[in-house]
Design a protein around this ligand. Structure first.
Ligand code: UDX
Length: 441
């Protein structure tokens, strides 16, 4: 439609690139903006700089349609857009639990300086509650259009590996707005998504910011809850796998995010719970979320426990032990190795003297770059060849489908630690493997 707002997406990392491509696919005119010229030129030539199923094809289509372009120019973005989405990263600050907001502040300032007409700036990045209010103040003081530029918050809940579906058909849309006009603009932008049935929750910006942080904290807590039960199971010889199935069948609990194992990693859950702890303390309500410290600690103890299991299987000493590490990404269908439990475990084994060789179907380049001291191999069978212990760290489907009999012919010893409850113990034991898993007898 002639009145449909023109969009910019500032920050073309994981979130921003996906958002820009999907918005163009929905029919909008979109300009992607980033300070990283190399990233912009790759995207402009149709190349997605990370692994996400389906996104490369959709990017090429969007470019061909003429609805998606990329630039490094903030003045161009300010001139082009009616609605500006802010999608830059908010990593953990070095030496602190706090979120580093420098990218958000820089992006908003660079944009606002040149906004000379009525516009809506929409934050999507995960931020400490209260950030929107500060940014609104910043915009008011910097933008030539002054009060004509409004700020809203629209948190993003997409999961890596499902980024397109999660953007096109989200469980919910949360609009944190300060005026009916802002709500109306957001309804126009997301009209096709709303038409597909995604519910909209309209609230104030600070509640919208909080929804995201609270949701990720809940998910992390759910994972650590079942992993805490795994610790109890280990003490009594009970089976956390069966426990999780039984708990999950209670509809009030539900089985999702109740998978026990090596725990959570990635660019979101770990840093989000820490930033929430930090922010709650600043607000004087640290006690309210103090349990998140336990959630973080339970999560890390699973990594240490996995290392212990490998050591136990190896006979108590890891020095010189050949370990085949299957998986590097923080979860399957991703090449993301940020805070990856898999690489943490592989590195700990290496530190303890094991001769570790890692294989991952897609995260190899990222892993090599970040952890150059580890050994790497070409395939499952390559790294397993001659191994004293195999340890499964990321539950890629190709690892689930390994034939224990075939793998048994190449290893030195038939011993496996299943860090993700991805394999069938009975099948592996029948093939003569010593099988160990977290929280299982
Ligand atoms: C998460 C949130 O799900 C998403 O809504 C938010 O926008 C960003 O953070 P993502 O980081 O892509 O998404 O990964 P997710 O699929 O949530 O998995 C997080 C971690 O938890 C992974 O390391 C995964 O292996 C682990 N996990 C997940 C478990 O250990 N057990 C489970 O039952 C589920």
């Amino acid at each position: 439609a002639a009145t449909s707002p023109r969009l910019t997406v500032i920050g073309t990392g994981y979130l921003g690139a996906t958002h820009a491509v999907c918005m163009a696919a929905l029919g909008h005119q979109v300009l992607g903006v980033d300070v990283d010229a190399a990233k912009i030129s790759r995207l402009a030539s149709g190349e997605v700089p990370f692994f996400e199923p389906g996104l490369p094809e959709l990017l090429v289509k969007a470019l061909e349609s003429g609805r998606l372009r990329f630039t490094t120019s903030f003045p161009e973005a300010a001139d082009f857009g009616d609605v500006h989405f802010v999608c830059v990263g908010t990593p953990q600050r070095a030496g602190s639990f706090a979120a580093d907001l420098s990218q958000v502040e820089a992006a908003v300032t660079a944009l606002a300086r040149d906004v000379r007409r009525r516009a809506l700036v929409v934050g999507k990045s995960t931020v400490p509650v209260g950030t929107a209010a500060r940014l609104a103040e910043l915009i008011r003081s910097v933008a030539p259009a002054g009060d004509g530029v409004e700020l809203a918050w629209n948190p993003e809940f997409l999961r890596e590996g499902f980024a397109i579906d999660d953007t096109m058909q989200p469980d919910r849309l949360v609009f944190g707005v300060s005026s009916p006009w802002a709500e109306q603009r957001l309804r126009e932008v997301f009209a096709p998504v709303i038409g597909q049935g995604s519910p909209v929750l309209v609230t104030d910006p600070q509640t919208a910011e909080l929804v995201k942080v609270a949701a990720n904290s809940f998910l992390a807590t759910k994972i650590s809850y079942i992993n805490a039960m795994a610790e109890v199971c280990e003490a009594i010889g009970a089976d956390v796998h069966d426990l999780a199935v039984a708990l999950g069948l209670d509809a009030r609990i539900g089985s999702r995010f109740l998978r026990p194992g090596l725990g959570f990693g990635g660019g979101c859950l770990p840093k989000d719970i820490r930033a929430f702890l930090h922010r709650a303390e600043e607000l004087g309500v640290g006690h309210a979320v103090a349990f998140l410290r336990d959630v973080d600690e339970i999560n890390h103890r699973r990594r240490a426990r996995t290392v212990d299991l490998v050591r136990e299987l190896a006979g108590g000493d890891l020095r010189g032990v050949r370990v085949a590490a299957l998986g590097a990404a923080f979860k399957p269908d991703s090449d993301d190795i940020r805070d990856a439990p898999a690489l943490d475990v592989a590195n700990a084994l290496h530190q303890l003297g094991a001769r570790v060789r890692v294989f991952d179907p897609v995260a190899m380049d990222n892993a090599r770059r970040a952890w150059p001291t580890l050994g790497y191999g070409q395939s499952t069978f390559d790294v397993a060849s001659g191994a004293d212990v195999v340890v499964l760290l990321t539950e890629w489907s190709q690892f689930r489908e390994i034939d224990p009999e075939a793998l048994g012919t190449v290893v030195g010893k038939r011993r496996i630690v299943d860090g993700r409850h991805a394999l069938e113990p009975a099948r592996w034991r029948a093939a003569g493997w010593e099988y160990r898993a977290l929280g299982r007898p």
